[in-house]
Write a new protein. Sequence first.
Length: 476
Amino acid sequence: MVYAMIIIFIVGYIFIAMEHTVKVNKASVALLIGTLLWVIYIYLAPNTVLNVSPDVFNHYLTSHPELQHHTFGVQVRHFVIDHQILESIGDIAEMLFFLLAAMTIVELIDVHGGFTYITEKITTRKKRQLLWLISFITFFMSAVLDNLTTTIVMIMLTRRIVSEPRERWLFGSLIVIAANSGGAWSPIGDVTTIMLWVKGNISANIIPQLFFPSLVSMVAPVFIAQFLLKGNIKEAESVQTEERENSELLLHMRKKDRLGILIFGVSILVLSPVFKAITHLPPFIGLLLGVSLLWIYTEILYNRKDQLNESLKLRVSKVLGRIDFSTLMFFLGILLAVDALQSAGLLQQASVYMAKHLPNVYAQGYTIGLLSAIVDNVPLVAAAIGMYPVLDPSIASTMSDPVFMQNFVEDGVFWHFIAYCAGVGGSILIIGSAAGVVFMGLEKVSFGWYLKRISLIALIGYTLGAGTYILQQMIF
């Protein structure tokens, strides 16, 4: 049954990676493997639970004396259903509620024209200057928003400026790299950093630790790519832009209304780490609080616009219908699958193998980053979290190798390096990140074109950024 779990997991990931070829939504595959692995595990558990989780299992039996007279198989089944699955769902729910709240805030800003304040500031038509400007805007924007939303906004902006498709592909490729690099140094900038932050592996201290490595991983590819561009952007005779469903609404929105929603929404996202530090509550509580306040703000705003037809008003109740719930289902399936593998002890075996063959945390992190170009970085980071629990500094100091184990405390070197490598490494291949996949879909870029022209540039940036982090640790 262990081999069946591994085979299902691998086959499922092949289908997820080939989503655009097989034309089956990756969320459906993720949910399939996530649920199947738990079905298999509940029959496998009697053979593994005493080896994988003996202390937790014995504590569960002590806390439930009514199970003492049942058979071992019944005890294990209750342990899996009443403890392991519920604990897994609780951890996953934190992540999903955070993402749902963040996506709602970003969508509210977008439908009310808040992002136009950023796009309207770009006026240069010099190709190289434009490449640097767009890359830097993307880099900093994705640290506050998620890199997926940032990529969509910046690709749409580039469409209005660059008319030649192949040149736009180059701009779009650097947007993907900048978005992934920008998301890596912020606790709310990427799904993987959100996962690490919610789980307590990292804190806001990640910002000073990863800012310069992430900046290097973006600057190096832009520096190389600029030599592929010459001259100025030719003004298109007529740059056709897609009509927005809410264009009539925006005509009725005053400038200060749009600006207010932009400032309010971004402030909620930016202040969520502060909320966690002050209250010690999970981050999703802070974002849900922000959604409720933004919801009230927009309700009051619309109630004052009596002249606006109700069908045009994009209240939060309508915006929720525009949220991409298939993305949330994808994460649900992936995290369920990873938790099943962890419960079965497979991730612990993987950690032992990695520690034996790659004892250096930098080698482990760099390798995971390379794998994230092929396999989605969400399960890779989830697997790393499952392999290495966060250690208390006082406990780590008493272990056989205290210097090495300090890498796994909160804000330890391993967690910071994993956040960098998993986020930035996804840029090496176009299918390695959500930003790359959405770029491929929007601009119809082929896997081969990106591999031939961009992958090496992205790999150079990734490696230089990793080297910068290691050098930073050696010096400071």
